[in-house]
Design a protein around this ligand. Structure first.
Ligand code: FES
Length: 333
């Protein structure tokens, strides 16, 4: 899954993505396999055939692709400790990462890959787990299911996809019988899952996980509104840059500029229009490349990197995706 990562219960600190630039792994594409319509898995292996850094369910890696694209993909189980496996859906309307992988990546090619990061960890306690996947959002949940199976824990999965051809891992999931409920938006005979009802009948200690598009995440958060936050975990596909709901003035301390940002415009767009170069990479709030220090004012944080405490501290923000909570925001830029 090409994603932006979010957990209501856990996040790592700002700068997590520094692992990409500080110590990228040079990995070779060892295998490419189509696993559903427009979904392929890619095995990334150390050319030296050594064990790779370990990872835990919910983890992802950042791939540094040509043209400076950085894209995050969830890791899915593979049988080797010497390779990582990702499953990538071709996003025709996306920004090019998945298209590049589908159209250009070849076996034998080498890519820079971050060590695994995890903002969406699995709770491995004795409690039950309910997984809700939308489309290629199945990928991090699939690794969690593998882990819980090994631990002999109670889990169920609700999996919504556009149609059968596009749903990855259907054959493997069929082995779990009625623990897995699959439905397709193109097939009216498989109705949309009732998340409210699902949550209502769960044991109080159940942990809930959701990964998929924003609309599914919204329904999930609504359904889980009464659940303790540390039992609710989610990961979404992407964060759009926030168009401000009301105008804001940016005071750029280093540049000595003041930039008026109009309603509907994003901070990054406004800063760029003013001729200020902001280093960015993912432009989805996951890599940390655009982290800027806040000197005054409050940001409306939309990234998936800062912890709740760091958000509250209002000392830095990811400019690519965040907005402003105050009419004026002074940045070290
Ligand atoms: Fe990656 Fe902003 S967090 S560019």
């Amino acid at each position: 899954m090409e994603s932006v990562l979010n957990s209501r219960s856990t996040a790592v600190g700002a700068g997590a993505s520094k692992s990409l630039s500080d110590s990228p792994l040079r990995l070779r594409v060892a295998a490419i396999k189509q696993i559903a319509h427009e979904v392929s898995s890619f095995d990334l292996q150390s050319p030296d055939d050594i064990d790779l850094p370990t990872w835990s369910p919910g983890a992802y890696v950042n791939l540094l692709l040509p043209f400076g694209l950085v894209r995050s993909y969830s890791l899915v189980p593979s049988s080797s400790s010497r390779s990582y496996r990702i499953a990538v859906q071709m996003e025709r309307a996306g920004r090019g990462g998945s298209r590049w992988l589908h159209e250009n990546a070849q076996v034998g090619q080498e890519l820079d890959v971050s060590p695994p990061l995890n903002h969406f960890p699995l709770s491995e306690g004795l409690h039950a787990s309910v997984f809700i996947a939308g489309g290629i959002g199945i990928t991090p949940l699939w690794s969690m299911i593998h882990r819980l199976e090994r631990l002999n824990r109670d889990w169920t999965l609700v999996y919504r996809a556009r149609n059968r051809c596009r749903a990855a891992y259907l054959d493997q999931l069929a082995l779990y019988g009625d623990r897995v409920a699959v439905s397709f938006s193109d097939d009216a005979s498989t109705p949309r899952p009732n998340l409210q009802a699902l949550v209502a009948v769960a044991q109080p200690s159940t942990h809930f996980y959701c990964c998929g598009p924003q609309a599914l995440l919204n329904s999930f958060e609504e359904a889980c509104a009464g659940i303790p936050p540390d039992q609710v975990h989610c990961e979404c596909f992407g964060v759009k840059p926030v168009g401000l709901s009301s105008p804001c003035r940016l005071v750029l301390a280093r540049s000595g500029l003041e930039v008026e940002v109009s309603a509907g415009e994003s901070l990054l767009t406004a800063v760029r229009k003013a001729g200020i170069d902001v280093p960015t990479s993912c432009e989805q709030g996951v890599c940390g490349a655009c982290e800027i220090r806040i000197l005054n004012g409050k940001a409306d944080h939309k990234d998936k990197i800062l912890t709740l405490a760091e958000r509250d501290a209002q000392t830095s923000m990811m400019l690519c995706c965040s907005g402003a909570l105050t009419p004026e925001l002074e940045l070290e830029l």
